[in-house]
Write a protein that binds this ligand. Structure first.
Ligand code: AMP
Ligand code: GLY
Length: 440
């Protein structure tokens, strides 16, 4: 099958690799010249992923049968609606269904209206003065979220990023003055617990889970420093996490099923990948947010161990005929660490050469996925974003972490940085102990 992959990051390299391994012929549309995706593609076009007309034209010119959309920005501008209007089916929600990611007020409101479990206390505001008054009148810590997309960098938590009510008020003023995330804001209850990600395949009706993953958003070891798009992630061989029980995973899945059912009732069925970000709290999983796509890096964990045909899964999502039988994952643990430019999160050093010894990494059974690098005259150069995702795969998180480190020794470059603590036993132990304190 001829499949279009949209996007040029590590997530999209993993998508293209899984599609290619299951027999698809890949066409790709991306902003940067990602050498991994380009190497797997029959043809690729360098284009802004939000340039709907050009992406649709490229897909139509090559008689592509199916499109898999990696990032959220093309979903927000209606790429799926435009491709479907040309008869190209998509793994990715329509513009209306992508509101689950694109509008935090839509999602919280939907969950409230349809009594979806896992929702939390919140209020949405279009008006700065009303939002300021809410903060001033509220005694507990709140979380301040711009309503729209901010590349994962707009959320600020009182008690963490905002130390006083006045800090929160100043941030609200900033959001409205600079139209951050479109202007409006959601103020919500601050949750305490351990975060995890549940990604699922959805065909508009059915919701089939993938292995759980935990991402690491903070830039530096020990979970300090600025929030980033994600520095690395791990998954466990039984597809749970060390601090998540089977019934907690089931509860998270029920929340996602109820959300997809609510979307169907609202007349905009959700088709594509649904990403649930949860906080595992004392009283079970609560929704932090939904994304309308695979996570990056989380896609690299799960797509490295998908053991059924990913092409068939994508075709079934698009056709609305997904079944449990279509989906299986190897019982393996994975640890993914992102190689990023030095200074990523604050002032990244772009334009430095990075070299990946793909042969040796493949020989040891690990994976390397190129991310926001660009190939120029045969050299792979970093940009201001994440460069290469390296995934170790083995029978336990501990062994997968060691495999990841060994694979990382085959990535060389100037001015690069890795959070080596991801997946290490002491970090995992800290998470488990934290969860135990919360439960007690
Ligand atoms: P988001 O962009 O919504 O994923 O938020 C970024 C990060 O902010 C999350 O990964 C959490 O660490 C934190 N966060 C978001 N919402 C909450 C909440 N209600 N309570 C506590 N932390 C939150
Ligand atoms: N890793 C978080 C995200 O993809 O949004």
């Amino acid at each position: 099958m001829k499949v279009l992959v949209v996007g040029g990051g590590g997530r999209e390299h993993a998508i293209a690799a899984a599609l290619s391994a299951s027999g698809s012929t890949i066409y790709s549309a991306m902003r940067n010249h990602n050498p991994g995706i380009a190497g797997l593609s029959q043809e690729f076009k360098l284009v802004k992923e939000t340039d709907v007309d050009k992406v649709v034209e490229f897909a139509a010119d090559h008689a592509v049968e199916l499109a898999v959309i990696g990032p959220e920005s093309p979903l927000e501008v209606g790429l799926v609606d435009a491709l479907e209007a040309k008869g190209i089916s998509c793994v990715g929600p329509s513009r209306a269904a992508a509101r689950l990611e694109v509008s935090k007020s839509f999602t919280r409101g939907l969950m409230r209206k349809h009594d979806v479990p896992g929702n939390i206390e919140f209020e949405a505001f279009d008006d700065l003065e009303a939002a300021k008054a809410y903060v001033r009148d509220h005694d507990e810590d709140l979380v301040v979220k711009p309503v729209g997309l901010t590349g994962g960098k707009g959320v600020k938590v009182m008690g963490e990023h905002l130390l006083t009510k006045e800090d929160a008020v100043r941030y609200l003023e900033d959001i409205f003055a600079h139209n951050i995330g479109g202007g409006g804001v959601v103020l919500e209850e601050r949750l305490v617990g351990e975060e995890f990600t549940l990604q699922a395949f959805c065909d508009g009706h059915r919701v089939i889970p993938m292995p759980l993953v935990q991402d690491h958003k903070r830039a530096y070891e020990g979970d300090v420093g600025p929030n980033t798009g994600g520095m690395g992630s791990y998954s466990q061989e039984d597809h749970l996490l060390p601090f998540v029980t089977p019934s907690e995973k089931e509860a998270a899945l029920e929340i996602m099923r109820a959300t997809v059912a609510a979307m169907e009732r609202e007349g905009c069925p959700y088709r594509g990948i649904l990403y649930g970000q949860f906080m595992n709290t004392r009283s079970g999983p609560r929704v932090i947010e939904f994304n309308a796509r695979f996570g990056d890096p989380e896609a690299m964990n799960v797509l490295s161990i998908v053991s059924s045909s990913f092409t068939d899964i994508c075709a079934a999502i698009a056709a609305g005929s997904l079944s449990d039988k279509d989906v299986s994952f190897a019982r393996k643990a994975t640890v993914c660490k992102y190689v990023v430019p030095q200074g990523y999160g604050t002032s990244p050093a772009a334009g430095k050469e990075v070299h990946v010894d793909e042969v040796n990494i493949a020989a040891m059974g690990a994976r390397a996925y190129y991310a926001m690098v660009s190939e120029e005259n045969g050299r792979v150069l970093t940009t201001t974003s994440r460069a290469v995702g390296v995934v170790g795969i083995d029978d336990s998180i501990e062994a997968a972490e060691k495999a990841c480190e060994k694979a990382l020794s085959y990535v060389k470059g100037e001015a690069i940085f890795v959070r080596h603590d991801i997946g290490r036993p002491e970090v995992i132990r800290r998470r488990v102990e934290h969860m135990e304190t919360i439960r007690s």
